[in-house]
Design a protein around this ligand. Sequence first.
Ligand SMILES: [Zn+2]
Length: 273
Amino acid sequence: MRMLLKDGKDKVVTLSYDDGVVQDIRLSEIAKKYGLKITFNINTGLYMQENAKRDKFYGRLKLSEAQKLYLNSGNEVAVHTLTHPFLVKLSDTEIINEVMTDRKNILKQYGCTANGMAYPQGSYNDRVIEILRKCGIAYSRTTKSTENFEFPTDWITLHPTCHHNNPKLMELAEQFVQGKRLGRSRMFYLWGHSYEFDDNDNWDIIEDFAEFIGNRGDIWYATNIEVYNYVMAYNRLKKSPDSRRIFNPSIIDVWALDEDGVFCIKSGETVSR
Ligand SMILES: [Zn+2]
């Protein structure tokens, strides 16, 4: 028996965009058009002041703009720390403050528990990781591309498939889309900063990617935390000694594949195979 994803699919696409900038508005529109979900990693200590004037379409979102954009959007708001420091250079207490204050602000401003994170500057080490776990962080995204579609072995160092400027982006997307059931479920994990599309004048990269990979019936489009919660629910299944009876103690329905085919184990239910 092996894990399938939501609705018996075996591919998931997820996006992770950092810093909470105005270009997130345009990125959200593209994602919505093609059915993609995004995790936005934000610094709640760095919003633009509400009364500040914007010279051009650039910079951090104001809190009011961010709430309008992210609230009830179906996208995720996740931790990127309060002020975007190099975490490895901070004391334990400073790291706790950067993470927990951002978490508390996100809870207050967006109503989500904010168990997800992306490392600012991609900076982490064993000490940082140990503190994050104590701060209730379930997963944290790095900046190291795998150029593959594997689920992470340890979600606290969640390595993405690639950055959107990776020259192999569309080649990887084609591999991902064309791949049939290969013995395990797969995840395409894209990351970046939406301001880079303006800086490099290359919005066509994300338009082309989204148009190609989006709105497909055999792909699940999810935020990072939705993927994490699903995989955790699958990992918590309880099996009888002969593996014929499987109990799902979680609140999420999960799907699996065995020699008899695809099946669903609904939340709180037991399935006999
Ligand atoms: Zn950042």
